[in-house]
Write a protein that binds this ligand. Structure first.
Ligand code: ADP
Ligand code: MG
Length: 247
């Protein structure tokens, strides 16, 4: 079976800076892959290249064996690929339900619902199920901006999950989230992975979170992969320790 995501020799240069430098890896279906590395090591840029938000300087990205070169983020959404950004992307003046419906419309709404802004019943039901899944039911009709930061991060993840999702790329989902919410987020990601067979790639600085969530970890430093393997092995890799301390 094809890997769900295949990244082959991807590079991204900004002028003379090799932000991503010849990166190759595969993600198997159902995996939760951690992507870690010091600040500025190229993690977010790599996500941007995978999702078609930035044109890569070289290399190839395949989703389910299909070359996705030239596809836009919305085309990838239709293939069941979603993402979250490092910065929150929720609309604070809209309710939780409206935010999730909007994400669903963007990802896979019918032409009618996109043109007339009216969600079909199926989409509203799905949005409600997603809200329930993330245990935000009590906040359904509250404005997103009135939620705690942790709840907004959950909402952000829920919105990305409306893409399908076959594959979700999460950029620092736990950043700034308190311990209770962190445990909740981790538990929900694991449940989504197990119940729906979703595959995740997770960028995260919180080592405890990454190590306990992910089945495999890739470490970037200066745009290159310097280590790859099971959480324990990676944590104890001298090159990884050096990259963090020296970074
Ligand atoms: P990370 O997510 O691992 O912290 P980034 O991918 O954000 O790292 O950044 C990698 C490197 O690329 C950094 O040196 C950053 O300053 C640079 N960079 C990122 N985006 C741009 C851009 N749009 N233009 C120029 N340089 C960029
Ligand atoms: Mg980043």
């Amino acid at each position: 079976m094809n890997p769900v995501l295949s990244v082959k020799g991807v590079s991204k240069h900004f002028g003379g800076l090799k932000a991503v430098d010849d990166v190759t890896f595969e993600v198997r279906r159902g995996e939760i892959l951690g992507l870690i590395g010091p600040n500025g090591s190229g993690k977010s840029t790599l996500f941007n290249c995978i999702l078609g938000q930035l044109p890569a300087s070289g290399g190839k990205v395949e989703v389910d064996g299909r070359d996705v070169a030239g596809l836009r983020p919305c085309d990838l959404n239709l293939l069941g690929v979603g993402r979250t950004f490092q910065m929150l992307q929720v609309f604070p003046e809209m309710t939780v339900l409206e935010n999730i419906i909007l994400a669903g419309q963007e990802h896979k709404g019918t032409m009618f619902s996109r043109l007339f802004g009216k969600p079909d019943a199926g989409l509203t039901d799905e949005a409600k199920r997603m809200i329930e899944f993330f245990r935000l039911t009590h906040q359904t009709n509250e404005k997103a901006g009135s939620l705690s930061y942790g709840q907004q991060k959950l909402l952000d993840a829920a919105m990305a999950f409306m893409a399908g999702p076959k594959l979700v790329l999460l950029d620092e989902p736990a950043g700034g989230v308190n311990l209770t919410m962190l445990a909740h987020l981790k538990e929900r990601l694991k449940a989504f992975n197990e119940e729906r067979g979703a595959t995740f790639v997770v960028i995260e600085h919180n080592m405890e979170f990454v190590m306990s969530l992910c089945t495999r970890i890739i470490v970037l430093a200066n745009g290159r992969i310097i280590a790859e393997g099971e959480p324990e092995a990676v944590r104890n890799d001298p090159q990884v320790i050096e990259a963090y301390l020296g970074g």
